[in-house]
Design a binder for this molecule. Structure first.
Ligand SMILES: [Fe+2]
Length: 240
């Protein structure tokens, strides 16, 4: 039988030959065309991963919209009303169901690329902060915001968190830092942002159009945050 092996290397006709040697996949190396950047902003470590494949992002957009209906059948998170009470227009979309599903468990091959990008960003941020190699878990949900929809100012209690812009008709994510700095970063489809610290206040600007603004957001968790109480309330899965 002739042909290439799955790795692209020609199979040896010599059955007695020594085992062939191939390179193991490198978890830290971004896919061709994608980029990974680390920067400290406002005293907080940020990692940015950019997906550059347009077809991939369009597929992701269709996937996010396809599952929206089923997500909306899930219950709203406890205390969601109270958390939204400072808003003129409370959001009760897919974001409000965030503890009860994990986008990284969807049966679609696209999500493995997001999983890997989060891994790469985490490993980069962890290296800069000299973190040990304790196990890390991830939970991922989607935000689908239509006209005037936005995420009001809030912070995450988990030690790292982030978001991937899937589609946007024009919006920014704003950050307010403990050192007094405040910035807004333009949301671009394909831009995955990891914020390497808990408690960073952030928000999104309102969607000015009828086109949905879609993003996927995630929390990272590890011991001691990760305990049975956390597992009972959320749907974390192992990241590393
Ligand atoms: Fe957030």
């Amino acid at each position: 039988m002739t042909g290439s092996s799955p790795t692209g290397l020609e199979e040896s006709a010599e059955t007695s030959a020594a085992p062939r040697v191939i390179s193991a996949p490198c978890r830290n190396k971004p896919a061709d065309g994608d980029s990974l950047d680390f920067e400290v902003i406002g005293g907080v470590p940020f990692c940015f991963y950019r997906f550059t494949d347009r077809a991939f992002m369009e597929h992701l957009q269709a996937l996010c919209l396809a599952v929206e209906g089923d997500i909306m059948k899930l219950p709203v998170a406890d205390n969601w009303d109270a958390e939204q009470s400072d808003q003129e227009m409370p959001q009760f979309g897919t974001t409000s169901r965030f503890p009860y599903y994990n986008m990284l468990l969807l049966e679609d091959v696209a999500v493995i690329h997001i999983f890997r990008a989060i891994q790469r960003c985490y490993l980069t941020a962890a290296e800069h902060q000299s973190l040990d190699q304790s196990p890390v878990w991830v939970q991922c949900w989607e935000n689908v915001l239509r006209r005037d929809g936005h995420l009001h100012k809030h912070a995450h209690s988990f030690f790292m968190h982030g978001h991937l812009t899937v589609a946007t008709p024009g919006s920014n994510t704003g950050y307010e830092f403990e050192n007094g700095d405040a910035i807004e970063i333009k949301n671009e489809p394909g831009l995955l942002t990891l914020i390497g610290r808990a408690g960073v206040m952030h928000y999104t600007t309102p969607n000015p159009t009828d086109e949905p603004r879609i993003s996927m957001a995630f929390d990272l968790c590890r011991v001691p945050e990760m305990n049975n109480g956390t597992l009972n309330r959320h749907t974390f899965i192992p990241l590393l």
